[in-house]
Design a protein around this ligand. Sequence first.
Ligand SMILES: [Zn+2]
Length: 1094
Amino acid sequence: MNVNQSAPPVPPFGQPQPVYPGYHQSSYGGQPGSTAAPTPYGAYNGPVPGYQQTPPPGVSRAPASSGAPPASTAQGPCGQTAYGQFGQGDVQNGPSSGVQMQRLPGSQPFASAPLAPVVSQPAVLQPYGPPPTSAQVTAQLAGMQISGAVAPAPPASGLGYGSPTSLASASGSFPNSGLYGSYPQGQAPPLGQGHPGAQPPQRSVPPQASSFTPPASGGPRMPSMTGPLLPGQSFGGPPVSQPNHVSSPPPQALPPGTQMTGPPGPPPPMHSSQQPGYQLQQNGSFGPARGPQSNYGSPYPGAATFGSQPGPPQPLPPKRLDPDAIPSPIQVIEDDRNNRGSEPFVTGVRGQVPPLVTTNFLVKDQGNASPRYIRCTSYNIPCTSDMAKQAQVPLAAVIKPLARLPPEEASPYVVDHGESGPLRCNRCKAYMCPFMQFVEGGRRFQCCFCSCINDVPPQYFQHLDHTGKRVDAYDRPELSLGSYEFLATVDYCKNNKFPIPPAFIFMIDVSYNAVRSGLVRLLCEELKSLLDFLPREGGAEESAIRVGFVTYNKVLHFYNVKSSLAQPQMMVVSDVGDMFVPLLDGFLVNVSESRAVITSLLDQIPEMFADTRETETVFAPVVQAGMEALKAAECAGKLFLFHTSLPIAEAPGKLKNRDDRKLINTDKEKTLFQPQSGAYQTLAKECVAQGCCVDLFLFPNQYVDVATLSVVPQLTGGSVYKYACFQVENDQERFLSDLRRDVQKVVGFDAVMRVRTSTGIRAVDFFGAFYMSNTTDVELAGLDGDKTVTVEFKHDDRLNEENGALLQCALLYTSCAGQRRLRIHNLALNCCTQLADLYRNCETDTLINYMAKFAYRGVLSSPVKTVRDTLITQCAQILACYRKNCASPSSAGQLILPECMKLLPVYLNCVLKSEVLQPGAEVTTDDRAYVRQLVTSMDVAETNVFFYPRLLPLTKSPIENTTEPPAVRASEERLSNGDIYLLENGLNLFLWVGASVQQGVVQSLFGVSSFSQITSGLSVLPVLDNLLSKKVRGLIDSLRAQRSRYMKLIVVKQEDKLEMLFKHFLVEDKSLSGGASYVDFLCHMHKEIRQLLS
Ligand SMILES: [Zn+2]
């Protein structure tokens, strides 16, 4: 049996949680959400309004309907497009395919590029010297050919004092044009890093930073400002071409928030609003323990202005830009791990920025939801929409309602209020939570979201202590924890009936390609054992989920697998235009009862279709059939579709090949991402209404139109997996691993999610895999523990610092055992009147997650170039606003980045050069559509590593050292040809072998005697009995275990053809598809900021 163990034995509740006598905590045996039926908490039988399932009609959030399909182009067979085999999420390598790795001329390592300065001015460090001469500026601007609009000068606002770190300016050039033109680089920007200090009184500031006069006695001197001089103080512009940024659109303006004048809420019972001081800020990467940014490689001249005499400008010779002198993702990650990895993150304090997603930390729920459930772009929200518009920092939360937790953390407790159901505010329907304020001796409570005063039902009454807190607050999860669950009453169920357990239907393509590749046989064999591992609730002996089976090509075959039958029976439906389910009794069965018949069926299917000549398939009728079967059984459930080809057979949802690479970089490029038929959205809507989630496994040999086929999974909360050119021998490990995980996943079915906010902000936009039939309710036919929903907020009133801002995410869902539940997550954020507070409490990883999703949705409706430009402009505006309002005065020639956002440029650049926004020649249309929909549901950790891969040196540290080696920056110049590296981004995994690796290492790892004997493209390392081999294989296993999808290994040899593929992931370098290097992009970003400020 090679099936993964589904759930470890359920441990006792040995959690660091307070004891709650009177109700039970759900068990969490590795599968949160799969919880034991709790015993009722007690009888609280007050009438509570039921869940309002009849929202007003609103805007459908379905993707834009398809445009006219473009003329189809000849579709290459499998293997014609190299990227299809090797690309994102589709690593299907084999040595023989190396010949297809033809790409554009190789990238120039940044280090070896010729230095060709255009402007021959020496770079001078100008911390507080005169601003650059107009000649310099002119040269820069002319050289860059930037037509960026200048942002209107925002009103002088809160001025945070920052002490910048500056780097010298330098000269360089961008001599060459890429695909999209070029801008010669006049002068690389000096780089600084601003540290907003403690809050001084608000001052007016001239619109131009360069003319700012430092205060005579400014804010407090920052300890980190006085660091020693560091290496790499200057740089010169890198002479690589920068084709990506030609012009900038007008500044993007957020639509004005609706001004509503609702009554401001009274202060909710907030935890003491600790305004974290400087020491606690900056994502923990900036505490007192932390010295100056070591990687900035620059002095901190700005420190001198903090009430002290400025240091003299230090002239520096022009040099090449030192990559060590610009913000390093590796350093930031390391610092956060060191500073915040040792102590648990306690959620009792409002507005705390959690540790980075790359840091291992434990969470203690003391009233706010764990960052594993909710992460925000900022934990301190501007009080007014004007401030928010000025900063342009998106206010968004990335919510993962059913996130899996590490074993050390307890799953949410389940609270049962009996027939009365959960207690809610009568007006806004928010659920009881720790922020509700009890008044009048406990007889009433005031809603923290809408201020409505509600009666406390008699059975829920409890006395208050002298602080106004209920004396039972710590005995009740809903009064003391950020996350918990309520058992739902029948009022929360469809048709006022408790749901019956969901069903899984396996729908297997048995056309020629599926049979020939070995897929059908492999899948049927696997299902025989996998069916024993269907998700189950904590204590249950077996899963409550029933299963059914369908095979199909141009017609559908339903199977009766009733336990009383000696053999399965097949029923064929050939009228795919009018799909119906030919049998009800015996189609959905309990696995253990029908095991013999199911096994027989799975044995027979590969034989029955072994000689098929049928190459055509249908698709939409298959989904329709599964959905109708669930409807007939009156249950929710999930369809597992295994599909191989473009559905060209005559049937509803028939598709044609409309792939056309010529559309790339035209205004019609967006059509490549749009579905070609509206029928799929209609179908998806029906699925959502039924609670029918669709997971799609694709095995294409050529174009299958992922953009269209993924519509149904996308709108039903399902997943898409793609295995291009699937061959059992190469790909079975990856496919089976994904399948096992997918089938065993705990899923919430027939779910509705609503995010409520306190007065002042409201949720206005949503991103993810779901459907919306109105503007507030996120409908999810299924939701698993990997999926996130990103929510953007806008102001609709003024917030205030005292009350902060509250979020409550409520997810109503049906568990795997058919129990109707509500999962509640609460989060309190701070509000600020000083922009510096916003910038000090941002989280760049979450910001990038939001921006990537925003951009990836944008390509459905806008030219890709416009989307890229919009991102760049927004980033420039964010940073320019900081520079203008928060950073300490300094030369305009300095680039000053907020501490919390110093990685924004490097990460944003990775998004800009991702295959969706800037495809290389080898990236297929399907690859782009696939990645686009994958990113839509990713959490922050996933987007972080997806856009900036991890590169781990394997042979640098002593072999005995078993801890994960520290990563290095994703750049070719970080590779040493005497070493071996692993690179992973959550979807792909490479083992890069330097050409000069010691023979002993080669022998230990590959079992061959020399580098030349290593098989390029190898996907499995030999199992050898030595320390290095065990260590590397162990590390690979550990990396795979951390990710939600199996990463197939590809061994890449230095100077080998496959190396081109590998280099695509060295994201700090210039990419072959024209993406800028990090250094170039930083220079460009600096230009944009200067334009906005001038
Ligand atoms: Zn309310």
